[in-house]
Design a protein around this ligand. Structure first.
Ligand code: TXA
Ligand code: MG
Length: 425
């Protein structure tokens, strides 16, 4: 395969020596038509580099090794969801605890139906959400049984999480291989999710932990899918287990816009905001509760800007930075502290960065405050970029928990070693 770009990282795994390959895929080689039934027609330009990459993907998946695929949310580490041995390699490659279940990715309504229990009737709330947001960053929980999905995928639960991604390369891999793909984010367990192929290369490629990475460009959404459980509540409420790329506001608006006569509007409850569930919080199935999440190798400090009314509770930014120098064992101030700053472009914190020689600031902006979708897109890239340039610490400015800001804050609270209230002067 002449067009394959082979970058020669290799390592000896317990089964075989793997050489990682990074293959570029172009979205313009894939033509896609969406039908109202949630079925798609997909054509990959023959002879194109993308087609050759699809062939390589199919061969690797058939040989039961995971591959890395781009999705619109984050890159995923994918294997045939019907094959327990292939799926087990996802867990070993990531170092993922086996009690944390995986999302299954499908490319058509037909494939979805083939994975559901025969007699199962999809509820009307799901029909509306799938119509509005599939293909896209919404994951729904469905009932399942081991004859349809092996229990290694679901960690033995009686539900399975499924979504139809919208990235043409992800859809093309599923279609071309004919396999539903189980895929968590393509990072070593506990690290930030990758939103560029280069992030995956640094983490899993350079050490030969995966044999094939498909490069489909930077992920447009940048945070993972919204995970919704619409089947476990006896009152018909939908529970948002993990906020993500589809906002809670959009879910509520979709459900209320398409209400038929006599139909009740289901409540949409957000975990940790509208309800708590202590039993569930002990389990890994409440996404990201039990295990370390989203943490780069440098400490992340979440700054919560205080309003004028609350400001006596906060510290000044200079005070926080001074305390960091002390706590990070640089008390002599011989060297300086290199601080990564992830602030919005119109942040009031920018003018408060002290100009002493003790600090060297590297900025990675999160777009403007009025556009939280940009912050979502740039969040993981910011953490990984600043980690790579070698900062000592990353300061991230918190944002309002509305629209995509809810998903951003959900990730930041988990990534942060410390949360500090900061006074705006
Ligand atoms: O956007 C995404 O969702 C990405 C891309 C690759 O599709 N995938 C992703 O997968 O974020 P992962 O494994 O990193 O996160 C999936 C989350 C996990 O926290 C898991 O606990 C939860 O979904 N989950 C999976 N199956 C579940 C189930 N049956 N019940 C409750 N939670 C489940
Ligand atoms: Mg993940």
């Amino acid at each position: 395969m002449g067009s394959l770009l082979s970058i020669g990282a290799s390592t000896r795994s317990s089964q075989r020596t793997m050489v990682s390959r990074l293959l570029p895929c172009s979205v313009s080689d894939i033509s896609l038509a969406k039908y109202a039934t949630n079925d798609l027609e997909l054509i990959i330009a023959p002879e194109s580099a993308t087609f050759k990459a699809m062939e390589a993907a199919k061969i690797t998946l058939e040989s039961r090794y995971p591959i890395v695929i781009p999705t619109e949310t984050v890159y995923g580490l994918a294997a045939n969801a019907r094959d327990p041995e292939a799926v087990s390699r996802i867990f070993t490659t990531k170092g993922r605890p086996s009690d944390n279940p995986l999302i299954v990715h499908v490319s058509s309504r037909k494939m979805l139906q083939s994975l559901l229990p025969e007699s199962y009737q999809i509820p009307s709330s799901y029909e509306k959400l799938m119509q509005a947001f599939w293909p896209g960053p919404l994951t729904l929980l469905f009932p399942t049984e081991p004859s349809k999905i092996p229990s290694i995928v679901t960690a033995g639960l009686n539900t399975v999480a499924m979504r139809m991604p919208s990235h043409p390369v992800a859809l093309a891999v599923i279609e071309h291989s004919g396999m539903p793909l189980a895929a968590p984010s393509a990072n070593s367990s506990g690290r930030p999710s990758p939103t560029r192929a280069a992030h995956v290369w640094d983490d899993l490629g350079a050490t030969g932990k995966v044999s094939l990475i498909l490069d489909g460009g930077p992920c447009e959404i940048g945070v993972e899918s919204t995970v919704v459980d619409g089947i476990s509540d006896c009152t018909g409420a939908l529970k948002v287990l993990r906020p993500g790329g589809v906002t809670v506001e959009d879910i509520r608006a979709t459900l209320s816009a398409n209400l038929k006569e006599g139909e009740d509007l289901p409540r949409v409850l957000v975990h940790r905001k509208d309800y708590d569930d202590t039993a569930l919080e002990q389990q890994p199935t409440t996404p990201g509760m039990k295990y370390l999440h989203y943490t780069p190798s440098v400490p992340v400090i979440l700054l919560l800007p205080m309003s004028k009314l609350q400001e006596e509770r906060g510290e000044g930014l200079a005070q926080i930075l001074d305390s960091l120098i002390l706590s990070m064992a640089k008390p002599d101030l011989q060297g300086h502290l290199t601080v990564g700053c992830m602030f919005s472009l119109d942040s009031l914190l920018r003018s408060q960065l002290p100009s002493t020689r003790n600090f060297h600031f590297i900025q990675y902006d999160l777009g403007v405050r009025a556009e939280p979708n940009i912050a979502a897109r740039r969040l993981f890239d910011g953490l990984l970029t600043l980690e790579k340039v070698g900062v000592d610490v990353i300061l991230v400015e918190g944002m309002e928990e509305v629209h995509e800001g809810l998903a951003v804050m959900n990730r930041l609270i988990k990534a942060a070693r410390d949360v500090r209230s900061v006074r705006i002067i």
